[in-house]
Structure formats: C-alpha cells, structure tokens
Design a protein around this ligand. Structure first.
Ligand SMILES: Cc1cc2nc3c(=O)[nH]c(=O)nc-3n(C[C@H](O)[C@H](O)[C@H](O)COP(=O)(O)O)c2cc1C
Length: 361
C-alpha cells in the first residue's frame, strides 16, 4: 500500500489535490500529511490574507508560501509528505517553485499548462531534493513531458493523471468535460492505460517506477482500489477534503459545499483558457447572460489573462468564493461531490477511504 516517491515513503496511497485560492493551505495539507498521505498547498495567490497583499501581492504570496510550507511540514511530523501545487499559467510560477523548494517542500506538482521547464527551475535550487511531478490528462502529454525532461537529465518522480471529472481547470475540451458529467463511463480507466503505456519506455530507461495517481471523480476507496488493480499507484482527492474542519477555506464556503450535489455542477470557460468545473452560481449565471465583470485592480497573476478582454477576474471570484460570497464567487468543485450532513475531519475522511480500499481487496 505504501508508495516510494523519490526515495521517500508515502504510507497511504492518497494525495490531497491542491486547491486555490486559499482552499488548501498549510492547515489542510499539514493534516493530510500528519495522517500519512500527501497534503498539497496551493501556491495560487496564497498571500491574499497578508496585510500588504493589495500593495505588493507578489511579495505577499511568496512570503506566505514559505511560511505555509514550513508550518505544514511541522504539522506533518514526518508522517506523510507535503507538496506544493503550482499552476504553470501563473506569472509567479518559477518564483513559487523556487520558494517552495527552499522552504523544504517534499514535492512540487504542476498543472494548468505543461511544466516543460520544471527540472531546470528546480536545478536553480541545488540544495533541495524534492520530487517533481506534472499533472497530465493524456498519454501524449505524459510522453511529451518525459522527452522534454530527459533533456534536463531528469524524469518525473510521479505523475497525477487528471480525468475530465476533476474540479477546477480541465485539460479537456468543454464537450469532453460535459460528456463526462452526463454520466457516460468514466474515461479515466482508458486514460490510465494510455499513460501507463506511454511511460513504459521511460520506466525501463530509468530503471524505476513512475507512480501514477488518478484524479477527478474518484468517488471512494473502492474506486481507488479498482484503479490500483489497473496499475495506478493511488488516487488524488480534492473536493471531499473541502468539507473537513481542517480545510483552510472559510466556514461559509464549507457550508455551501456541504449542500452541493453533482446536479448543481456546470462547465464554465475560465480566463486561463481552459474549461473549468464549478457549482452553478449567480456569477456564472450572469456571465452566461453576457454580463462582464473585468478586474477593478489587476493582480497580474495569470500569464494567459488579458485584463481588458477577460469577462471576469477569476482570482477575485475565487477569493470571493473562499470567503463564502455566493453572489460573486466561483466555486470550483469536482464530479465526486455529494451532499453531507456535517463537516468531518481529515482523519475520518482518510480512515473511510482506507477502510473502503481494504474492503475492496
Ligand atoms: C476548489 C478546487 C480548487 C482547485 N484548484 C486547483 C489548483 O489550484 N491547481 C490544480 O492543479 N488543481 C486544482 N483543483 C483540482 C484538484 O486538485 C483535483 O485534482 C481534482 O479536483 C480531483 O477531483 P475531485 O475533486 O473529484 O476529488 C481544484 C479543485 C477544486 C475542487
């Protein structure tokens, strides 16, 4: 059941997915790692609660990230691993990777774009030896990244394969994302085989495993067991950790998620240039009707975003969601969502997952 990642032991085959903005910070990531999983801090505008955020967002983000990694590592007490999720599409991508490495992150996980140069950025911090992992959505992307990383003398230490039922940004067309929502068989099984086949030559070349964790609509531990029988090293879960006491979001945000169900989900176009899965909220309704809400004060956070043309500021909308502002928030949410009567704890969620996993052996 334990997985070895870049020479370090991960006792549980469970990753908690990074969730920006402010949903998975040190409290959630530290709690997951303390229970033996991999907890993930999202680096996306993680300094939004810093007093100088409006004047110096970039400085605030890096300062906060450094502190969050150290706190999560302290909370983990060496039981599990602490990762940082960095979106390639953010303007602070390279700075965030370097900051996370210097603060002692066990792993860097990059998605929302192809992290072609991640090994080169990591090499700028030679004293750190963290695992590096891309998030991919196809065998083609997995093979391409391996070929690009080989030029830097490195191969991924593990990979996250995100299927079209994930929450947040998706590496699929809106049609594929909608088809997945409409109850068609989950293509994650086929994608897993594609990725494993694509990785095989690279595994042979480097003489070690490249563990693959599946993500996106993995419902429970029995589902995880099935994917593991099909060759996955484990699974990444995100949405189910939002309704825990340790989740870093506001209580108002968690209360909204407690009532959410799969029928409340929709696919929206994100200013990042990718479709995203989120709760159908008043903001998305207004956008669908053609209303525009461009940024009042641009934070210059996303490389592909054009403030003059963007229909809305995704960062402000995600921060509004974190605060529980139902009218103005963008509530990213995975296809695995189901209504719950009350908040749980990280320990309860992980015990439940592992009990279901054991029962399915
Ligand atoms: C609220 C929320 C925010 C997310 N933010 C990010 C993010 O910043 N970066 C990222 O790579 N993935 C992000 N994701 C995707 C998750 O990390 C994860 O892979 C996916 O949601 C797993 O599916 P599940 O939520 O059904 O378990 C987000 C998901 C949610 C629900």
């Amino acid at each position: 059941m334990a997985v070895t990642i870049h020479g370090k032991r991960l006792p549980l085959p469970v990753l908690q997915g990074g969730m920006g903005i402010g949903i998975s910070l040190d409290r959630l990531a530290g709690a997951v790692a303390a229970c033996g999983g991999m907890g993930t801090i999202s680096s996306a505008l993680g300094g939004f609660r810093e007093p100088d955020f409006q004047q110096d967002p970039q400085g605030a983000n890096l300062r906060a990230l450094d502190r969050q990694v150290r706190r999560a590592k302290n909370a983990a007490r060496g039981a599990g691993l602490v990762a940082v999720n960095v979106m390639v599409a953010t303007t602070q991508y390279a700075d965030s990777v370097r900051t996370a490495l210097k603060a002692g992150a066990d792993a860097i996980i990059c998605g929302a774009g192809l992290p072609k140069d991640l090994p080169a950025i990591a090499a700028q911090v030679p004293e750190c030896d963290a695992a590096l992992a891309p998030i991919v959505s196809s065998g083609r992307a997995a093979a391409l990244l391996c070929r690009l990383w080989e030029r830097h003398g490195r191969l991924p230490d593990f990979m996250v394969l995100e299927g079209p039922l994930a929450g947040g940004h998706l590496g699929f067309s809106p049609e594929e994302a909608k088809a997945a929502s409409s109850g068609r068989p989950n293509p994650l099984h086929r994608l897993l085989q594609e990725v494993l086949t694509a990785l095989e030559p690279f595994r042979q070349k480097c003489g070690r495993d490249i563990p693959v964790f599946v993500a996106g609509g993995v419902q429970n531990g029995a589902d995880m067991a099935q994917y593991m029988k099909e060759g996955a090293a484990g699974a990444q879960f995100a949405t189910r950790f939002i309704t825990t006491e340790e989740c870093d979001a506001s209580d108002a945000y968690k209360q909204i998620l407690l009532r959410a169900a799969a029928r409340n989900l929709t696919i929206t176009a994100s200013p990042v240039g990718m479709p995203g899965r989120a709760l159908r909220s008043p903001l998305l309704q207004r956008l669908a009707e053609g209303h525009r809400a461009g940024p009042e004060q641009c934070l210059r956070c996303l490389t592909p975003c054009h403030p003059a043309q963007t229909p809305y500021c995704i960062s402000r909308a995600l921060m509004a969601a974190e605060a529980g502002d139902w009218e103005n928030g963008l509530f990213f949410c995975g296809g695995s969502v189901c209504a719950k009567p009350a908040l749980t704890t990280v320990q309860t969620e992980l015990e439940q997952l592992m009990n279901e996993w054991r029962a399915a052996q």
